[in-house]
Write a protein that binds this ligand. Structure first.
Ligand code: GRF
Length: 195
């Protein structure tokens, strides 16, 4: 099953998928393309190291968002994905992509939806919000992508303890290590089995 992974940053979730594929834990799923939202991100180095074809479709290169959305849709179509995975992808997908691939786009969010999610809740922000609220448990969620940011049907979640000495950075690292990097490959493997 062909999987296209969309990235924007360090690519640790992409790396988790690559490692799972290398160890046979992705089943029939295969990462066949990576599309970055901007050039020079470390996720592109990770793709290059494993010989995964990569493209960049950067919003700044287009005068209007409609042009960017059309270019992104064209780039995705070219990779002929059966599943699209948003792995640390920071652009909000246009409706064109969401409609064309309805039911075949999943995202990893670094909190237990419906907590600490929605527009603007990315990177460290969910972890800052969790610490400010004083929750004792947070975690990560894999969900389908629809037109509402973080609003799609939940596929998988994994809880992670919040420790008294946590900073946003230590909490983010633990949520990635103990939750994101586990449930995302599992969700991709399960999607390949179900579809
Ligand atoms: C991580 O905080 C992840 O939870 C979120 O994007 C951030 C970077 O992910 N989805 P990655 O290292 O680029 O995969």
């Amino acid at each position: 099953m062909r999987v296209t992974v969309l990235v924007s940053g360090g690519g640790s979730n992409l790396q988790a998928l690559i490692d799972a594929q290398s160890s046979g834990e992705l089943g029939t799923a295969e990462i066949t393309a990576v599309i970055a939202s901007k050039p020079g991100v470390y996720a592109l180095e990770r793709a290059a190291k494993y010989g995964i074809p990569a493209h960049t479709v950067c919003r700044k290169d287009f005068a209007h968002s409609a042009e960017w959305e059309a270019a992104l849709l064209a780039a995705i179509n070219e990779t002929q994905p059966e599943l699209i995975v948003l792995a640390g992808y920071l652009s909000i997908l246009g409706d064109g992509v969401v409609r064309r691939y309805a039911g075949r786009i999943i995202n990893i969010h670094p909190a237990l939806i419906p907590s600490f999610c929605g527009k603007g809740m990315y990177g460290l922000r969910p972890h800052i919000a969790a610490l400010e609220r004083g929750v004792k448990v947070t975690g990560a969620t894999v969900h389908y992508v629809n037109e509402i940011p973080d609003g799609g049907e939940i596929i998988a979640q994994k809880a992670v303890a919040v420790l008294p000495e946590d900073t946003p950075e230590t909490l983010q690292q633990r949520v990635m290590e103990e939750a994101e990097w586990l449930i995302l490959p599992q969700a991709v493997r399960q999607f390949a089995i179900n579809n």
